[in-house]
Ligand binder design. Structure first.
Ligand code: SF4
Ligand code: SF4
Length: 425
């Protein structure tokens, strides 16, 4: 990345020394984890470029958009509808963070036993190292797990214009009504921020844009069903992580190009791992950039990841929004219907998630499932037990992992994962 961006980072109020340290960690991890892989699809070159410019060119693009009056909205959860944001002439960026930063400052505001994802979001703010966060004109929090709910009370004192969205915890008529009224309230707030009233045309275009992005990623998922796997789980995860940052149309084209290449690879039986390599499905907490610890361990332990049941992958992206509505109200109903299907572990009861994991394990021909839970994440750790039982019913071996963002447990995790992979052979 060129020196040219330092002025931009300074203007955004970033702490340049801390930011340099973060970029150093990010680029070192990227080189060791991604660029060391063998026989990667050529189309991954685009994602390598995006990652090398994630704090550079992409931020410049967003700031140029801002100069034309476009607003930036940051979010921490897949329940924030990108369709509404795009229809009001704004851009949505994901803010979830996957690295520990400024932890001593974070622990002055949050208890130590808070999950790494929430702590990391605070660390990026307190350390002033996230240009997305500092560019945002509005930040959306959501009342999902208890940790996030309470953390947003503190975050509200650290950022300007925090919009907290209430979310249902039970899938019921009242639950859907709450989601609908919160999406209406969000629409009003976004329209007030941008000064743009959402119309039938703008909402239809936004639905089509986001659907195209999701359809491309669905195409990628379906190609991962092939044996030998045409793309590594790490590279597929990376494409899914970039989903939250990139220009939507450019992202869609780039994923479709990779898919064209993967179709050829499948026809030629050209895999990234040999045929019959043990196939793993990951299920559980989202893995945000640069949290690549678990997939790196799995894919250097003799297995390939063929699917991921998480908000960064299939749980977050799996359904399209019905685009047949003729009025803004009808389209808003379709948006509510689409997001209402997200089966996050904050819902109680949550049988849909168990069924989805069973379906995914069958569809991706997974030999085993690794349930990934972040330490102190009660919703996913609690649900890991019924998940294991549901998979036992289908005779699918499961390994439950509980970890954080530190590297201290890498050796221990590797030993457990290697033993699990051995059991699958
Ligand atoms: S796991 Fe739940 S809280 Fe986290 S991004 Fe997904 S839906 Fe939102
Ligand atoms: S659902 Fe779990 S991983 Fe997500 S923010 Fe809450 S505690 Fe953290």
């Amino acid at each position: 990345m060129s020196e040219d961006y330092r002025g931009m980072w300074k203007d955004l109020g970033l702490d340049l020394a801390g930011h340099d340290a973060l970029l150093g960690v990010l680029s070192g991890a990227y080189r060791d984890i991604f660029l060391s892989q063998k026989n990667r699809p050529e189309g991954m070159g685009y994602f390598d470029f995006v990652m090398s410019e994630v704090h550079g060119l992409r931020i410049r693009e967003l700031l140029d958009e801002k100069k034309t009056g476009r607003k930036i909205i940051g979010s921490y959860c897949v329940f924030v509808p990108e369709e509404i944001v795009l229809a009001a002439n704004a851009t949505l960026v994901g803010l979830c963070s996957g690295a520990d930063f400024a932890m001593s400052e974070v622990e002055k505001l949050l208890p130590r036993n808070t999950c790494a994802l929430i702590k990391s979001s605070f660390g990026f703010k307190l350390g002033k190292v996230c240009p997305y966060l500092e560019s945002a004109d509005m930040i959306v929090g959501e009342n999902t797990c208890d940790g996030k709910k309470k953390a947003y009370e503190s975050l509200g004192h650290l950022v300007n214009n925090l919009f907290v969205m209430d979310l249902p915890q039970v899938k019921s008529e009242q639950g859907r009504a709450l989601l609908k009224s919160e999406y209406q309230r969000f629409r009003t707030a976004v329209e007030a921020l941008t000064g743009v009233v959402i119309t039938v045309e703008s909402l239809m275009l936004a639905i089509q844009t986001v659907n195209a992005k999701r359809a491309a990623i669905h195409r990628l998922y379906s190609l991962r069903k092939a044996d030998p796997a045409p793309i590594s789980g790490l590279d597929a995860l990376l494409a899914n992580q970039v989903f939250f940052y990139d220009n939507p149309a450019r992202f869609t084209d780039s994923v479709n190009k990779i898919c064209d290449e993967l179709e050829k690879r499948i026809a030629e039986k050209n895999g990234v791992f040999p045929e019959k390599t043990p196939r793993i499905l990951i299920s559980g907490c989202p893995q945000a950039v640069p949290n690549w610890k678990l997939p790196f361990i799995v894919e250097t332990s003799g297995a390939v990841i063929v699917g991921e049941e998480s908000c960064v992958e299939e749980r977050g992206t799996r359904n399209l929004t019905d685009a047949s509505g003729k009025t803004v109200d009808e389209m808003m109903e379709a948006i509510v219907d689409r997001y209402y299907q997200v089966d996050c572990a904050i819902f109680t009861p949550n049988p849909q998630r168990l069924e989805h994991i069973q379906e995914m394990a069958a569809a991706y021909k997974a030999d085993g499932v690794i349930h990934y839970g972040l330490q102190f994440c009660q919703p996913y750790l609690m649900e890991s037990i019924p998940v294991e039982k549901a998979l036992e019913e289908k005779n699918i071996p499961t390994l439950r992992i509980e970890t954080d963002y530190s590297m201290e447990d890498v050796g221990q995790l590797k030993t457990r994962i290697e033993a699990f992979v051995e059991q699958l052979r």
